[in-house]
Write a protein that binds this ligand. Sequence first.
Ligand code: PMP
Length: 402
Amino acid sequence: MPATATLPPPAFAARATAVAGSPIREILALTARPGVISFAGGLPAPELFDTEGLRAAYDAAFAASAARALQYSTTEGAPELREAVAARASARGLATGADDVLITTGSQQALALIAATLVEPGDAVLVENPTYLAALQCFGQAGARVIPVPCDGDGILPDALEEIVARERPKLLYSVPTFQNPTGRTLPGHRRAAVAEIAARRGLWLVEDDPYGELRYEGTEVPWLAAHPGARDRTALLGSFSKVMAPGLRLGWLRAPAALRRAAVVAKQAADLHTSTVDQLAAAHYLRAVDLDAHIATVRAAYRERRDALLSGLGAALPPGSDWNRPEGGMFVWARLPEGWDATALLTAAVSRDVAYVPGAPFHTGSPDPRTLRLSFTTHTPAEITEGLTRLAGAVEAYCPV
Ligand code: PMP
């Protein structure tokens, strides 16, 4: 019998290969071994999870109706969780009804739904530079032309934004205005007003990603971009329970104008039908039984101490001529090494001394700044942070580029 010729299977879709895997995830794998003091991950501290409260909430969800908790449910989300999200958003100064909210599988899914709903291949999408890596992946996968907006230590420069919007005619601006990942920066209120005004005048969607806003350690809250006149009917606001409850729940939300929300619901139907029913109902029970704001206050107190430990030791650890910021909240400090240094090269010396951070280069669009790095302060105690900085100082001493 003649052998049957076999053909290779057809090629992957271009979007599946257009975007590389996250280099940060690879660094995280490298630093997962015991004994490493890692400033690399952007993880909440697990010892601060309210394990007992969450366990009780799952029990309550099963006790109230196991049949409901284990059944398929609506794409929009459990009404009581949508209600709770709306109440929390309203309490933060943005009048929100349960119907304005779509529950998503982490806020990451909201980003993917927004990219699927708004972005056609070739559309210009504006981002802060640097910005959240997985947002770059989402927009890249959708085929966007991702264009960086010049930023300073406070974030987006409105004049530069105006110029780019006029030139590139973008579809949307993606921003993490509060305690940004990776820089920890917060966009001041007057710049938010300017961004909202530009968006309204030039016809632009705003995607406001706010997973960190409730983690404020000092200073006063800055109103959401979405709350500014002109932005209300053109902003997709993304929130998350990951940093204030637990990321393993995979619960986030999208607040968007009706037409955009409806389109996102259809995109979500295609993606996963709905977010886990039992997780949503447990979260809703948790929000009824526990004072989440009191829990957040505990988390804030611990993170404030950890941030302060990092900030007070950083000057002795980094080479002279380095600079770094002092974020008022969130999880990250952003630093820059002196001229001639390279944060990726220094990382090798750091990892061999059992300390790690993330180089800033992958967060950049266009030409990266090789001297930058992101340090997360949430997952180690102040004593461990101090020890990590001593190790980092050793790495700096061993690695001298000039
Ligand atoms: N946006 C930003 C800026 C983030 O840093 C993260 C997580 N690190 C997310 C979105 C996704 O969060 P989640 O899906 O857990 O809600």
